[in-house]
Design a protein around this ligand. Structure first.
Ligand code: BJW
Ligand code: ZN
Length: 260
C-alpha cells in the first residue's frame, strides 16, 4: 500500500487553493481512471495495446479509417458506461461556487466534466463549470474535409470501409471530433486556456503525465508569472520536480480533500 499523503502537504495545497484569487485546473486521463476510463500511458493504458501512431494521427486515419473508427467506437461505448467520480464532482462544485475564480481545462475527450457540471448544477446553470476541452470530444463527429460538425453521437458501423459514416454535405468521411498528434488545437480554446493560466495564482494539475504539448505548458505559464503549481498524481511525472506541491495519490480521494 502507498504511503499516506503527509498532512502538511495537504494543508499547504488547501491553503494555496483557498487563498487564490484565480485558479486554473488542468486535468488529464488520470482523473477519469477511477470512473473506469483507461489512461493512455499507464501500465494498463491505451497505448500499451495500440500504438499511438497507428490510431491517433491524421495519417493513420488516411491509411486505415476502418481501424481508427473501430478503436473510437469501442472507446465511445466504454465511456458511455462510465460516470463522473468524486474528483469531477468536487471540481464542478468548486467552479459552480465561484465561476469567476476557476477555469477548468481538460485534455480529456470523455465528457465526464460536462456530466459532473450538469449533475452538480441541478436545475441551475452548469455553463461556468464546463471545461475548455483542449483535445475535443469523442462523442462528436466532424467531417474530415469540410466544416460540418455533428454534436449528437451516432452509432458507427466499422465492419467495413463502405459502412463508415459519410458527410451529408460533401460525402467525405466523417471522423471523431478530437485532436490527433500533429493537428493544431482550436485556436480560441487554447487561447482561453493560456490566458487563464497567465492570470492564475494557482494551477492545479490532476492526472496527467504532462508529456503532450501544448497542454503540458499551462503549468509553466502560471509558474513563470509567479503562481504556484499543485500536482495530484499517484506517480511522479515530468512536472513533479518543479511543482510547488506534489501530492502522490488518486484524484478521487485527494481532489475532494483539497478543492473545498
Ligand atoms: C492518475 C490516476 C488516478 C492514473 N488519479 N492520476 C516535441 C516537443 C514538444 C512537442 C512535440 C514534440 N514532438 C511533437 C510534439 C507535438 C505533440 C506532442 O506533444 N508530442 C509529445 C508526445 C512529444 N503535440 C501535438 O501534436 C499537438 N498538436 C500540436 O502541437 O500542433 C502544432 C500545430 C500547430 C499548427 C498547425 C499544425 C500543428 C496535438 C496533441 C494531441 C493529443 N491527442 C491525444 C489523443 C486525443 C484523442 C483521443 O483521446 O483519442 O490526447 S494523445 C493523448 O495524450 C490524449 C491525451 O489528452 C493526451 C495526454 O495524455 P494524459 O491525459 O496526460 O494521459 P496519460 O495516460 O499520459 O497520463 C495519465 C496520468 O494519470 C499518469 O501520470 C498516471 O500516473 C495518472 N493517473 N491513475 C490521478 N486515479
Ligand atoms: Zn463534409
Amino acid at each position: 500500500m502507498k504511503e499516506p499523503v503527509p498532512r502538511k502537504e495537504l494543508d499547504r495545497a488547501r491553503d494555496l487553493l483557498g487563498t487564490a484569487d484565480r485558479i486554473v485546473v488542468l486535468t488529464g486521463a488520470g482523473i477519469s481512471a477511477e470512473s473506469g476510463v483507461p489512461t493512455f500511458r499507464s501500465a494498463d493504458g491505451l497505448w500499451k495495446t495500440f500504438r499511438a501512431e497507428e490510431l491517433a494521427t491524421p495519417e493513420a486515419f488516411a491509411r486505415d479509417p476502418r481501424l481508427v473508427w473501430e478503436w473510437y467506437g469501442w472507446r465511445r461505448e466504454l465511456i458511455a458506461a462510465c460516470v463522473p467520480n468524486p474528483a469531477h464532482q468536487a471540481l464542478a462544485r468548486l467552479a459552480l461556487a465561484d465561476p469567476m475564480r476557476i477555469t477548468l481545462v481538460t485534455q480529456n475527450v470523455d465528457g465526464l466534466h460536462h456530466r459532473a457540471a450538469r449533475a452538480e448544477a441541478g436545475s441551475g446553470d452548469p455553463t461556468r463549470a464546463l471545461p475548455l476541452e483542449l483535445h475535443g470530444a469523442i462523442h462528436r463527429d466532424r467531417c474530415s474535409a469540410c466544416d460540418r460538425l455533428d454534436r449528437e453521437p451516432v452509432a458507427v458501423d466499422a465492419s467495413s470501409e463502405a459502412t463508415l459514416p459519410r458527410c451529408p454535405d460533401c460525402a467525405a468521411l466523417m471522423r471523431p471530433d478530437v485532436v490527433w498528434f500533429g493537428e493544431a488545437l482550436d485556436h480560441e480554446v487554447l487561447g482561453a486556456a493560456l490566458s487563464a493560466a497567465e492570470r492564475a495564482d494557482v494551477c492545479l494539475v490532476v492526472g496527467t503525465s504532462a508529456l503532450v504539448y501544448p497542454a503540458a505548458s499551462l503549468p509553466d505559464v502560471t509558474r513563470s508569472r509567479g503562481g504556484s503549481v499543485i500536482e495530484v498524481n499517484p506517480e511522479a511525472t515530468a512536472l513533479s520536480a518543479s511543482a510547488t506541491v506534489s501530492l502522490r495519490g488518486s484524484a478521487g480521494r485527494l481532489v475532494p480533500e483539497i478543492a473545498v
